[in-house]
Design a protein around this ligand. Sequence first.
Ligand code: ADP
Ligand code: MG
Length: 313
Amino acid sequence: MPANSIEELPGVGPATAEKLRDAGYVDLMAIAVESPKVLSEVAEIGESTAVKIINAAKQAADVGGFETGDVILERRRNINKLTSCSKAFDELMGGGLETQAITEFYGEFGSGKTQICFQLAVNAGRPVDEGGLDGNVFIIDTENTFRPERIVQMAAALDIDPEEALKKIHVARAFNSHHQMLLVEKAQELAHDLRVRLMIVDSLTAHFRAEYVGRGALAERQQNLNKHMHDLLRFGDLNNAVVAVTNQVSAKPDAFFGDPTRPIGGHIVGHAATYRLYLRKSKGGKRIARLIDSPNLPEAEAVISVSEDGIRD
Ligand code: ADP
Ligand code: MG
C-alpha cells in the first residue's frame, strides 16, 4: 500500500515528520522531488534512509497527468487581463496582467513597486470591460506600506467612489515569513465567498531575507519560498486571479546571488513567477519597466509615470 501521509513513509517517525514539515516539506510530492543529500540534512537522517523515503514518496505522490492542448486552451480562454492604467505597460504585458499567473515586480527601494500594487488594487474592482476584474483584492502587507489615502487619490482620479474602492481591498499585515505563508495557505478559507480576483504580496521576500541570514539558512529559505510561490500560484488558478508580488534587489551581496541588480530569492522565485518585471527610476518621476522573463512575450521595456493620480503613460 502506498503511503497516504508523511508519517506513513518507511523510516519516518514523528520527530522526522515534524522536522520535514518545519522545513516546508508538507506533502509527499515535495519529498518525492527532493535530493537525498538535502533531505538527509534537513531531517538529520542518513543518506541511505533519505533515499528510501524519497523512493516511497515517489510511489505515493500524486504526480498528476498529461492534458491535451485543447483542454489547456479551453482553460486559458477564461484568463482575464488586468489593466495598469498605462497603455504602454499593458502592451508590454500583452494586454495587462494575466490571471492564473504570478507577476513579479522587482527593483530598488522607491522604484514604484508599491505604487503599482495600489493602482492594480483599485483597478481590480472595476468592471471587466474597463480592464478590471470586477472583484475583491487581498493584500498581504509585510512592510507596513499600505496607504488607504493613496487608494482614495487613485480612485478619485478614475471617478470611482473611493469608499467603494476601499471596501473591496482587504489588507492583512504579515508579521514574519511564517505568518505570511500561513495567510496564503489559508487564503482560500479567508476569502469566504468574496470574489477575490487579485492577490498582492508586497513584499514577497523582505521577511525571508531578514530572517534567514547566512549560507547555512539558505536551503531552508529557498524551500519555504518555493512552497509559498506554489501556494500563490494555486490561489491564482483556483480563483482565476492575478497574483502580483514585489521583490527587492540585493544592494549588498546576498549569500548566493552577489549581483546587485539581482532579485532576492534567485531561481526559486524566478521559476515560479510567470512574468518578471524589473523597475528602475528614470528622469522626472518616470519609471522604466523591463519585461525580463515571459513564456510568450518578447523581452522589452515600457516607460510609465507615477503621479498623484497613480500609474499612467
Ligand atoms: P517601492 O518600489 O519601494 O515600493 P514605492 O512604490 O513606494 O516604491 O514608490 C515611492 C515613490 O512613488 C515615491 O518616491 C514617489 O516618487 C512616488 N509617489 C508616492 N506617492 C506619491 C504621490 N502621492 N504623488 C506622486 N508620486 C508619489
Ligand atoms: Mg514598497
